[in-house]
Design a protein around this ligand. Structure first.
Ligand code: CTP
Ligand code: CA
Length: 225
């Protein structure tokens, strides 16, 4: 389908997409972050809107402007993202977790800037686990038949790790892409395999992130009740 002339096959549906990467603060000036640009999540939000969906985009630290016709909720940390996604998911037909959610956050937040001291080694940074939003969404569907989609970035044994992750998370579809220094992060293009809980495997050739987004919606639509 030519872009801009999409079939309105998501009309009447509420779609929630998370995008970007969470930042976990250490002190008022520092955080633990990741290299997610948010471009894939934004492409998902734009294409869903073009296909007629009402879209809620939960955005973490992308610095990108709001896409036209999309409700944007801005968050910073994994805990804030979890709260915003669960709230929006309450009446959603589809939830797509494209955001890179930090697995860990600093165990303590220093109210004042952490200072170095002459002749002293730095203290190690203690971390605690963040909740797994995708696993939680998949286990407790807010609505019967709600379709839940995850993303996985892998550097090794991409398909085997992807299959394993799909099972562990309990989602319906998992978009698996191989990552490395020059691949995926910040790029305009992507290449992936979409794994289905029904055992299907849909390869998506290297191309614009919009094309991968449209393939995701093509796979979501027939799964909707
Ligand atoms: N995810 C999530 N909450 C987390 C971590 C990840 O919802 N705390 C979601 C991501 O949004 C993504 C999917 O889970 O859709 C897979 O993320 P990934 O980091 O690949 O999976 P992990 O289970 O964290 O495994 P790994 O140890 O490989 O990082
Ligand atoms: Ca992770």
């Amino acid at each position: 389908l030519a872009r801009g002339a999409a079939e309105p096959d998501l009309a009447g549906r509420h779609v929630v997409v998370s995008a970007g990467g969470t930042r976990e603060p250490l002190d008022p000036v520092r955080y633990l972050g990741n290299r997610s640009s948010g471009k894939q999540g934004y492409a998902l939000a734009r294409t869903a809107a073009a296909r007629g969906a009402r879209v809620t985009l939960v955005e973490a630290n992308t610095g990108m402007p709001d896409p036209a016709g999309v409700d944007v909720v801005r968050v910073g940390t994994a805990l804030q993202l979890r709260e915003a996604v669960l709230k929006a998911a309450a009446d959603a037909d589809v939830v797509v977790m494209a955001a890179a959610v930090a697995d860990f956050r600093p165990a303590a937040y220093a109210e004042g800037k952490i200072k170095k001291r002459e002749g002293e080694e730095p203290a190690p940074v203690a971390l605690v686990r963040n909740p797994d939003v995708l696993a939680e969404l998949s286990a407790d569907r807010a609505r019967p038949g709600q379709v839940v989609v995850g993303f996985a970035a892998e550097t090794d044994d991409v398909l085997a790790n992807g299959r394993d992750k799909l099972r562990r998370k309990g989602c319906d579809l998992l978009v698996v892409n191989e990552v490395g220094e020059r691949r995926t992060f910040g790029s305009e293009e992507n290449e992936a395999v979409v794994l289905g809980s029904d055992g299907t495997e849909t390869p998506v050739p290297h191309g614009p992130k919009e094309d991968l987004a449209d393939t995701v919606w093509d796979l979501v639509v027939p799964r909707l009740p």
